[in-house]
Design a protein around this ligand. Structure first.
Ligand SMILES: [Zn+2]
Length: 138
């Protein structure tokens, strides 16, 4: 085997190597399961989404209410939004919530918690890497 061939083999071996994921990449946010009823939108899986975020459903609901600027309520694991929204719109908001308030910006893992730190700020504390930093509250 000449050097060029050997290099090619090495190349192939390295490209086959699985990426060094540490579990963050298989983290999937559950898609919003929403249906419009009259002038309201019902999110049927708010509990599952909040569970994935490790936040109380009420917290997630409060965020969505702020962003959408409409009242919402959580009852029996369902979120009712007092206006009509598509599941795609709600997915975007949920994703933004995860990006800002769940996923650690240092290590990218979702093992975080939020602590109120007053003056309209939260402190996001990452239990995976120990990072903590301030984020704007909602
Ligand atoms: Zn982290």
């Amino acid at each position: 085997m000449d050097d060029a061939e050997y290099a090619k083999l090495l190349d192939r071996a390295f490209s086959k190597k699985p990426s060094l994921s540490e579990g963050a990449s298989d983290f999937v946010i559950p898609p919003v399961d929403a249906l419009v009823q009259g002038n309201k939108t019902i999110v049927k899986n708010i509990a599952a989404i909040a569970d994935k975020a490790r936040r109380p459903p009420d917290e997630l609901a409060r965020y969505m209410s702020r962003v959408l600027a409409v009242p919402v309520s959580v009852e029996e694991q369902r979120l009712t939004i007092n206006s009509r929204f598509s599941a795609q719109d709600l997915d975007k908001i949920v994703k933004r919530y995860f990006d800002t308030y769940v996923m650690c910006k240092e290590c990218g893992k979702p093992d975080t918690k939020l602590e109120s730190s007053g003056r309209g700020m939260f402190t996001l504390v990452c239990e995976a890497c120990g990072a903590h930093y301030k984020v704007k509250s909602y």
